[in-house]
Design a protein around this ligand. Structure first.
Ligand code: ATP
Ligand code: MG
Length: 419
């Protein structure tokens, strides 16, 4: 038997309802906030990611699906969407129309990580990004919108973690202080962090190995090294969030696994996912657009882990699967032909209808109606059809009424939509 690839999973019929609900909620929320959708390719030139995410990051060093295509060009299955959004902004000169672009995109990402619950090799993200605005007010607006999504999805076990990563002016001073600290605790760090501490010291703060977390507990924090501008920017973000009544915690250790972040950085964490506690992450990346060859425009955005969010929403979802409005139990060939016509006609009016074209008897058909959670069953045999009637059974009250075939669509429409 051929099975799916490790870390690549199916989202089964019983699960897709939650995915659709999240997607609908997110799309309508983003549009309420003036965002437009952008759809991006899954394959990009490898260089796009190595230049943006950074060469010395876990993603670029060991997690990307990269291969040479037939002509020998290196291409990569995108591990994240922000780099592609920025590429599109530059390539299509979206900034020339309006430097301010509010964009969202939803789709699969690929990272070759060790698969476990909440961590897959193909997973989906929901991204929203605002390009071209440096005001800290937009940071607050974006975080508010993210918190509002969780509120609309009735997910309450989440907290907003907030930090500032400074800018190219104040970051180097902090990096030096951090390196001095790391030199003192070198022996306690994991093999990866031994390398990170020289090449990319900030990454050490992001390491998930417990010993490393303990070793950096007293490490210096970026927020104590912010320059005046970054300090003021961060203060406005915090004040605005307070005014908007968005609860947050300052997380002095919070960094992100990608190099391009500056200033405001945030993560949404939850207690309900076990080890994989981050449901969404984001922040400013003021230098990225310019570094990829575009205009000097700032930007901020976030990515929600769709799979992790779906797990949380599914766990809190106690109401049973939707069910259908009507099951047509058609007995005999003539009845099946009529059932096809009726179910198509009713579907047009938004009445969820299902029928069965097999040769089951009435008992078997009623069983299937039960399994589908049908509110009503329309029983039609060739005999009834000859008499010009069909029987409608209300599955909750067990009441049955006889309906005339003539005008039956209108009759069903009024009976089934009145509820
Ligand atoms: P983590 O620290 O859990 O590895 P990350 O910092 O690598 O996350 P980002 O690159 O910021 O994650 O992506 C944003 C969100 O995408 C994460 O908060 C998480 O919910 C989700 N995510 C990241 N990697 C995976 C994965 N391999 N499988 C499922 N979801 C993921
Ligand atoms: Mg990761």
């Amino acid at each position: 038997m051929i099975q799916s690839i490790r870390g690549f999973k199916d989202i089964l019929p019983g699960e897709t309802g939650v995915w659709q609900k999240i997607e609908k909620t997110a799309v309508s929320l983003f549009e309420d906030f003036g965002f437009c959708e952008i759809r991006l390719p899954v394959l990009e030139h490898t260089e796009l990611f190595s230049r943006s995410i950074g060469k010395d990051t876990d993603i670029v060093e060991k997690e990307m699906y990269t291969f040479a295509d037939r002509k020998g060009d290196f291409i990569t299955m995108r591990p994240e969407a922000t780099a592609s959004i920025v590429r599109a902004y530059i390539q299509h000169r979206l900034y020339a129309v309006d430097p301010v672009q509010k964009l969202y995109t939803i789709g699969p990402m690929f990272r070759r990580e060790r698969p476990q619950k909440g961590r897959y090799r193909q997973f989906s993200q929901i991204n929203a990004e605002v390009l071209g605005v440096d005001s800290p007010l937009v940071d607050a607006e974006l975080i508010f919108m993210l918190a509002e999504l969780f509120r609309r999805l009735l997910v309450s076990d989440v907290s907003v973690h907030l930090n500032s990563l400074g800018c190219p002016k104040c970051r180097p001073g902090f990096t030096k202080a951090l390196q001095r600290f790391l030199a003192k605790v070198t022996t306690q760090l994991c093999a990866d962090c031994q390398k990170r501490k020289d090449k990319n010291p900030l990454r050490v703060l992001d390491c998930k190995v417990l010993a490393c977390r303990e070793a950096v507990a007293d490490a210096p924090a970026m927020i104590d090294h912010l320059c005046a501008e970054c300090e003021a920017h961060f203060a406005t973000v915090k004040n605005s969030l307070n005014n908007l009544k968005v609860k947050f915690e300052i997380d002095r250790r919070l960094v992100r696994g990608l190099d391009y972040y500056t200033r405001t950085t945030f993560e949404i964490q939850t207690g309900s996912l076990g080890a994989q506690s981050a449901v969404a992450g984001g922040g400013r990346y003021d230098g990225l657009i310019e570094s990829l060859g575009g205009p000097a425009q700032p930007a901020i955005g976030f990515a929600i882990g769709f799979d992790r969010l779906a797990e949380i929403v599914a766990a809190g979802n106690n109401n049973a699967a939707g069910g259908i409005d009507l099951f047509i139990a058609a007995l005999g060939e003539k009845a099946k032909t009529a059932a096809l016509e009726w179910s198509c006609a009713l579907s047009i009016y938004g009445i969820k209808t299902e029928t069965d074209y097999s040769d089951k008897g009435l008992k078997g058909l009623m069983k299937r109606a039960d399994r589908l959670g049908a509110g009503h069953v329309l029983i039609a045999g060739d005999k009834e059809l000859d008499e010009g009637v069909a029987i409608l059974r209300d599955m909750s009250t067990k009441e049955q009424v006889s309906l005339k075939i003539e005008g039956i669509i209108d009759t069903l429409k009024s009976k089934l939509t009145a509820k």
